[in-house]
Design a protein around this ligand. Structure first.
Ligand SMILES: C[S@@+](CC[C@H](N)C(=O)[O-])C[C@H]1O[C@@H](n2cnc3c(N)ncnc32)[C@H](O)[C@@H]1O
Length: 238
């Protein structure tokens, strides 16, 4: 990984903002990811994210924290937060912005336990592909303190396969439709492609059941997106 994402965040943080990140996927053309969005404050966050922050309790792990926008908001409210990300640049920026506990770390390498685990801005993306969902969910469950919870958002991207006549062009022999190849470039340089998973709520809920997690739909967004709350099956949703 060249960490172009991290480089872009560092440029913005250091006052060298000249251009945005360009992304595309195996099923969509170039799109702009505006750098200021990755530095959003509470009022500019989607409703789903605002709700997720309101539901936080106890010690919090912010997984794939990026610039630390959610962690900073939680710290302001007095929460103890640990922010992790695989991007060195992102963690540098999160630190510079004031996130007190940060680490360059992949989710599967985390071992501490928490009352709340947050995965936001398509949190299921980190699972990469459907075949890895159970492994990631089991690991997340193992990081929960008693009465702990996981808050995760994603989207049902079936709409991206819809043609103008309302039909679908999806190849039913292909793998799960939410599994995408994700391409990113910044300042003309291309990042190594990654796999990025969008998971519809029903599939997430089924996967949760196989690993002993209860999955509740908290809120639906305006564009097929949703926020889910996951707790150990033996616990009760309060
Ligand atoms: C879409 S960004 C979201 C950033 C931030 N949560 C936000 O809402 O602005 C996804 C982040 O997850 C990080 N990431 C990807 N895979 C990861 C993994 N296995 N463990 C930890 N972080 C990961 C990326 O480096 C990136 O910063």
């Amino acid at each position: 990984m060249k960490d172009l994402f991290g480089n872009a965040l560092l440029d913005y943080q250091n006052g060298n903002y000249t251009e945005d990140i360009i992304t595309s996927t195996s099923i969509s053309d170039n799109d702009i990811l505006p750098l200021p969005y990755l530095f959003r404050d509470y009022k500019d966050m989607p409703k789903l994210e605002q709700r997720a922050l309101k539901l936080c309790k106890g010690s919090v792990l912010d997984v794939g924290c990026g610039t630390g926008s959610h962690s900073l908001q939680l710290q302001k409210k007095g929460f103890k937060v640990k922010a992790i990300d695989i991007s060195k640049g992102a963690i540098k920026v999160a630190k510079q912005r004031g996130v007190q506990t940060t680490e360059v770390k992949a989710l599967l390498d985390e071992t501490e336990t928490f009352d709340t685990i947050l995965l936001l801005m398509n949190g299921t993306g980190i699972f990469q592909e459907l075949s890895q969902v159970s492994k990631y969910l089991s690991h997340l469950k193992s990081l929960l303190k008693p009465s702990g919870q996981i808050l995760i958002d994603s989207s049902d991207i079936k709409y991206m396969y819809e043609d103008e006549g309302g039909g679908f062009w999806m190849d039913t022999n292909a793998s799960y439709y939410g599994e995408l190849d994700y391409y990113l470039s910044y300042k003309g340089e291309k990042e190594t492609p990654i796999k990025w998973l969008y998971l519809d709520f029903k599939t997430l809920k089924l996967a949760c059941e196989t690993v002993g997690l209860k999955c509740e739909l908290v809120l639906e967004g305006e564009h097929y997106d949703y926020l889910a709350l996951l707790i150990p099956a033996e616990a009760r949703i309060s």
